[in-house]
Ligand binder design. Structure first.
Ligand code: GLY
Length: 568
């Protein structure tokens, strides 16, 4: 408690007492509502309790950014596999006055990181080194990101926005079946990679309905509530992170933390038919990929071909193959690598990329190179609309599910394994099978290339669709499919979000499909055209909000998880 302000310490003590009493007598039930409508506001997140936190902030007069800050901290408690304070993310903002903004709070490589740090002496990639344990951790950006967003747009006091997360960490919450399974699967990785036994580990199996209480995290959050971002980057939490590093051979130093800054970037904006899309520029590849996919397919009569018809899937896959080849060659942190954004998003260039498209034949990925230009899967997304019409679209991540599995001892939060989003060696696949080259090589202070694609689409200057999803490299193709499902195939938002999805990313040369996504006849025809088709587990967990014709907001949470929508 040495670093805790008097007010925060008192608040914490009060919470502890209340939590102790209430946890014994009051259940903490929650509904998982997949669809909601509201004429004023809407919140869709990966967890019903985080959705409730966001709605409470809006009801109290907070705006969309206030709600986003509160939701980000709440998810760090109730959705520990991806909600975080030890990771990073991207925030897209569209104000009621048509003002737009993009905040990059992506993790950075520590100053001691080197290009070959994940290679053995023979130059082979040591995959686990960038995925598990302290060497996988980038310098976290989330707390600074929330601080910056709040400084620019927030209205409610900072401490008030962090408080619901403190309460959830102390009181605990009842975990779902899916959460219980996830925690059981990770028991031994947590034990192996954390220097203490974290709250996520129990000797017997977790079961649905068990309470997860995170006292250390509550204390950390109380310090952040009281002292702001400086606690995390210069204060007691910084000390705990650095202690963890020195105990276990990690690279993040006090100086790395002190120097971390999130960055306001110019959003990537483009038109698609009657929509205006606002999304994330590099260091995410997501915005460029989305532009490329919509432009490369936009001239074709997708609707006439039919949803998930052979012709539609073939066209979309051929566009994906070409876009992801560009990703591998040209995209990286713009502060370190000149990403040719203008050229990669240029309509004439994108038309030329599809010049060799054959309507009846797959182009093998080996024959697709990146355009000649001169110049994992756990993440989480939330979408928010406030009563004034401001919109926020946030995708945030630890990278893999539960990140590096390193829980900072004494601080109770998980550190990311975002270093795996760098290209450990040209041509070597990362967690998501994505490859990259020099553009995305490890370097001190550099941000790894991301696929996160938070989107706000407007019509006539007013927010129309807020959408995003987790899923590593499947993020841009999932967002692409949801937009196309609504804008081209005329689906309702629930149909568009819950529809089965497919994905192609140039390498490996395969169309990955969710079970039931395509009929046997379509699969057979695609194979005959030269495609390789492989079933896989669910793709993405989309959280979306749409403005309906009568001006009502409709929120839809993906059925693939415990995600929940709520509005008023
Ligand atoms: N870590 C997943 C992404 O940034 O795309």
């Amino acid at each position: 408690m040495k670093y805790l302000g008097k007010k925060t310490a008192l608040l914490l003590a009060l919470f502890c007492t209340l939590a102790h009493i209430r946890a014994q007598i009051v259940p903490f039930p929650y509904d998982i509502q997949k669809e909601a409508t509201g004429d004023s506001a809407m919140v869709v997140t990966a967890h019903p309790l985080a959705t409730k936190v966001g709605l409470d902030v809006l009801r109290k007069g907070g705006n969309a950014v206030d709600a986003a800050v509160a939701v980000q901290f709440a998810l760090a408690v109730v959705y520990p596999q991806a909600g975080n304070i030890g990771g990073g993310g991207f925030l897209i903002y569209h104000g009621k006055d048509d003002q737009t903004a993009a905040l990059d709070y992506r993790e950075k490589a520590p100053a001691a990181a080197t290009e070959k740090m994940y290679l053995d002496s023979a130059g082979n990639v040591l995959p686990n080194k960038s995925r598990l344990g302290v060497l996988a951790c980038g310098v976290p950006g989330t707390v600074d990101g929330m601080w910056e967003a709040h400084k620019k747009y927030g209205r409610r006091p900072w401490g008030e926005l962090v408080t619901p997360a403190i309460e959830l960490a102390i009181r605990g919450y009842q975990i779902t079946e899916q959460e219980a399974q996830n925690l059981n699967e990770e028991r031994f990785t947590f034990i192996r990679h954390s220097s203490i036994q974290p709250a996520f580990v129990k000797l017997e199996n977790w079961v649905a309905g068990d309470w997860l209480i995170q006292k250390e995290l509550a204390v950390t959050l109380s310090r952040i509530a009281g002292y702001g971002r400086d606690d995390f980057y210069k204060g007691a939490t910084a000390s705990l992170i650095v202690n963890e590093m020195s105990k276990t051979g990690g690279l993040i130093t006090r100086e790395d933390l002190r120097r971390y800054k999130s960055v306001w970037r110019t959003p990537l904006e483009f038109d698609y038919k009657n929509l205006h899309i606002i999304t994330m520029p590099p260091p995410s590849s997501g915005g460029i990929l989305l532009r490329q996919l919509l432009a490369m397919t936009g001239d074709h009569p997708l609707k006439d071909s039919g949803f998930h018809s052979t012709a539609a899937v073939h066209l979309m896959v051929e566009a994906e193959r070409r876009a992801y080849a560009d990703r591998a060659m040209h995209m990286g942190d713009p502060d370190f690598w000149k990403v040719p954004v203008k050229k990669l998003t240029d309509m004439a260039y994108l038309k030329s990329r599809m010049a060799d498209f054959q309507p009846n034949k797959a182009t093998p990925s080996a024959k697709v190179t990146a355009g000649q230009i001169k110049e994992s899967e756990e993440t989480t997304h939330f979408s928010i609309i406030d009563p004034e019409g401001n919109a926020v679209s946030v995708t945030t991540t630890l990278n893999d599910s539960y990140g590096s599995r390193v829980v900072v001892s004494g601080a109770g939060f998980i550190l990311n394994n975002e270093m795996d989003d760098f290209s450990a060696k040209p041509g070597a696949p990362n967690l998501y099978g994505a490859i990259g080259g020099k553009a995305n090589a490890v370097a001190p202070d550099k941000r790894p290339l991301s696929s996160m694609t938070p989107v706000i689409a407007t019509k006539g200057g007013k927010t129309w669709l807020v959408v995003g999803t987790p899923g590593g490299t499947t993020i841009p193709t999932s967002v692409f499919q949801v937009i196309v499902n609504v804008a081209e195939f005329g689906m309702s938002l629930p149909e568009a979000v819950q529809a089965k999805r497919f994905h192609h990313q140039w390498t490996p040369d395969k169309i990955f499909i969710e079970e039931g996504a395509l009929t046997e006849a379509v699969i057979q025809q695609l194979i005959e055209m030269g495609h390789f088709v492989e079933p896989r587990d669910p793709i993405g967990r989309v959280e979306a909000i749409l403005r309906l014709a009568d001006g009502i907001w409709q929120g839809v949470a993906d059925e693939r998880g415990d995600d929940a929508a709520g509005g008023f």
